[in-house]
Ligand binder design. Structure first.
Ligand code: UT7
Length: 333
């Protein structure tokens, strides 16, 4: 039998504070109707000052351990997908490790923007499949409010803060079947945070020019995202001889409802098989897929043996999909 990486627990954390479309109307020249019809977003969560990405990630990991009934000391490895690390170094994985007391784990971060969770998941699964580790935690967490310019209506309506996490363990029956992972660096100029790295270290000029905020050419990114996310969603099924009908749940990256719609049309699946929570949280970058997965699990949308596809698209450009069979029982009511 082939050894697979099975998701054996899933949890999330969202901050309490809600930033609604009505709140944003008071901050920039925008309106609820535009935001809802162009993106599908109604509100997003904002982390309190003084807290960072590792605080949200740690909360998600604590819930994960409680759900699985394990001590954090049993975790072998923590991988964190994020573009908003607490600081350049140490890694946010290291900070989460300390906050949850995962004393026996090693940890690192993966930078792949919105695809950070999927890239980290693919990496984490390799340690399970190879037999190197038995318990790998994969986190997707972003405090987007730290890099959003709340004077820029093109971006400030889109993003929110959240964290999600899964535990990977070896299994011979259920788990991750396949991935498609891709990147295209020619997309770098369309979605990025220009300064703060080695090319443009912080200076009066970088601050004055708003280069420490996220920049997005929405139209260009949309064109790629709408095509690529739909493409990889269909490809992963075809590659493994499945059809849209075989799918129990599609968990797409939540950047724009219109991008999700395009993928759903290409897959030819019913809407009740699609997990959508962009309305409540906006685009939480690396957190969207584990957050959506965790809510889907809590809502009883997943049962043992279900075929599931994750799909993502993000800055870089980075995109991809994963195919798995769900291996957890429904949560007890
Ligand atoms: O997660 C990582 C990957 N990111 C994505 O996948 C995001 C991809 N892009 C998008 O989702 C969409 O391009 C946006 C939601 C960002 C923008 O939607 P759009 O339909 O592409 O709008 P647009 O940028 O073409 O702008 C249309 C109009 C413009 O006005 P004019 O030039 O037509 O007069 C904008 O200035 O809407 C205006 N606009 C706004 N109006 C009210 C832009 N932002 C706003 C706003 N409120 N917040």
């Amino acid at each position: 039998m082939k050894r697979r990486a099975k998701i054996s627990a899933v949890a999330h954390y969202v901050p309490e504070r809600i930033l609604s479309n009505a709140d944003l109307e008071k901050m920039v020249d925008t309106n609820d109707e535009w935001i809802r019809t162009r993106t599908g977003i109604k509100e997003r969560r904002i982390l309190e000052p003084g807290k960072a990405t590792s605080d949200m990630g740690a909360e998600a990991v604590k819930k994960l351990c409680a759900q699985r009934g394990i001590s954090p000391e049993e975790i072998d490895l923590i991988i964190v997908g994020t573009v908003t690390p607490d600081m350049f170094f140490p890694s946010t994985g290291n900070l989460i490790q300390e906050k949850v007391g995962a004393k026996n784990a090693w940890s690192y971060d993966v930078a792949a923007a919105c695809s950070g969770f999927l890239y980290a998941l693919a990496s984490g699964a390799q340690y399970i499949v190879s037999g190197m580790h038995k318990k790998v935690v994969v986190v997707g967490a972003d405090k987007m409010s730290a890099i959003v310019n709340y004077k820029d209506r093109n971006t400030c309506v889109l993003f929110g803060d959240a964290a999600g996490a899964v535990l990977l363990e070896p299994d011979e029956e259920y788990g991750i079947i396949d991935y498609i992972l891709q990147s295209d660096g020619s997309g770098a100029e369309y979605l990025r945070m220009k300064a703060g790295g080695s090319l443009y270290p912080a200076s009066l000029e970088t601050v004055t020019n708003d280069w420490h905020f996220i920049y997005q050419d929405g139209k260009q990114v949309f064109k790629f995202a709408v095509t690529k996310m739909a493409e990889v969603s269909v490809q992963i099924l075809e590659k493994n001889n499945y059809k849209g009908d075989d799918l129990a749940l599609f968990v797409p990256h939540q950047a724009n409802l219109r991008i999700i719609d395009a993928a759903v049309k290409r897959l030819g699946i019913d809407y009740d098989k699609v997990m959508i929570n962009i309305d409540k949280y906006g685009n939480t970058t690396a957190a969207t897929i584990p957050l959506a997965l965790s809510e889907a699990y809590q809502q009883g949308k997943l049962d043992k043996g279900d075929l599931v596809v994750f799909a993502t698209f993000g800055g870089g450009f980075t995109w991809g999909s994963a195919l798995l069979t769900w291996g957890m029982d429904k949560p007890r009511a």
